[in-house]
Design a protein around this ligand. Structure first.
Ligand SMILES: Cc1cc2nc3c(=O)[nH]c(=O)nc-3n(C[C@H](O)[C@H](O)[C@H](O)COP(=O)(O)O)c2cc1C
Length: 211
């Protein structure tokens, strides 16, 4: 029953990094969460361009199960139209506890920073801010313009957590999936969820390791 599960809103917009989105989504689903997904038009294009025809919105669940295993079926996925401003997550009365935008384009970032609510992604994000719930924004662009930098500050001041798509290398990644694991772990942490997607920094330097 979806109503008894914890609910998290999850948006995918048209910035590079579809692998981060599907990895994070799979982890949320594996926890039995009801994930309310909204994908912008360019987010849809991103999924197809970066992950192929098997990762279209319509085939997202089988794609996740094929890549990350049947454990993703523990969750419940609802897909909302980005044009539907009457969807559940558009209202503060809906008990969705948090939202992540992975990845977040500079355009959507600007819309959130200025409270525009032009579509469901921006409105659901605005709901999180006004209700003082967790909003995790994962921007991706480089280099960053001054307006983009200022928009991140505006969102952070309004209460959002800015988690740039910047994987680390201390965990010695060997594959793109390792990098995606790191980012998904950072996003889960920002959402207040425990995980083992990357090793915690032990504080040991190289000379300690060999002794
Ligand atoms: C292949 C491709 C890659 C893109 N990568 C980025 C990116 O990394 N960051 C970004 O801010 N915009 C990027 N864009 C531009 C956005 O997709 C564009 O501004 C779009 O209007 C964003 O709309 P949305 O936020 O509603 O998805 C990219 C566009 C394309 C087609």
């Amino acid at each position: 029953m979806p109503s008894e599960r914890p609910k998290i809103a999850f948006a995918i917009t048209g910035a590079s990094g579809a692998l981060y989105a599907v990895r994070t989504l799979a982890e949320l689903m594996a926890r039995g969460i009801h994930v309310e997904v909204v994908i912008s038009d360019y987010g849809r294009r991103l999924l197809r361009d970066e992950l192929g025809d098997e990762a279209t919105v319509e085939k997202l669940l089988p794609y996740l199960a094929g890549k990350y295993g049947d454990k993703v079926n523990a969750g419940y996925l609802t897909a909302h139209s980005n044009r539907d401003l009457g969807a559940t997550i558009a209202s503060g009365s809906h008990n969705c506890s948090a939202m992540a935008i992975v990845p977040c384009s500079m355009k959507t970032l600007a819309g959130i920073a200025h409270g525009l609510s032009r579509n469901l992604v921006e409105r659901a994000a605005d709901v999180m801010l006004k209700e003082r719930r967790r909003l995790v924004i994962v921007p991706r662009e480089t280099p960053m313009s001054l307006p983009a930098l200022r928009n991140m500050v505006l969102c952070a001041e309004a209460g959002a957590m800015i988690v740039p798509a910047m994987p680390a290398f201390y965990q010695q990644p060997r594959s793109l999936d390792d990098l995606a694991d790191f980012m998904a772990g950072k996003i889960l942490s920002a959402l207040g969820l425990e995980h083992t997607l990357y090793p915690a920094w032990t504080g040991k330097v190289e000379s300690d390791r060999s002794s």
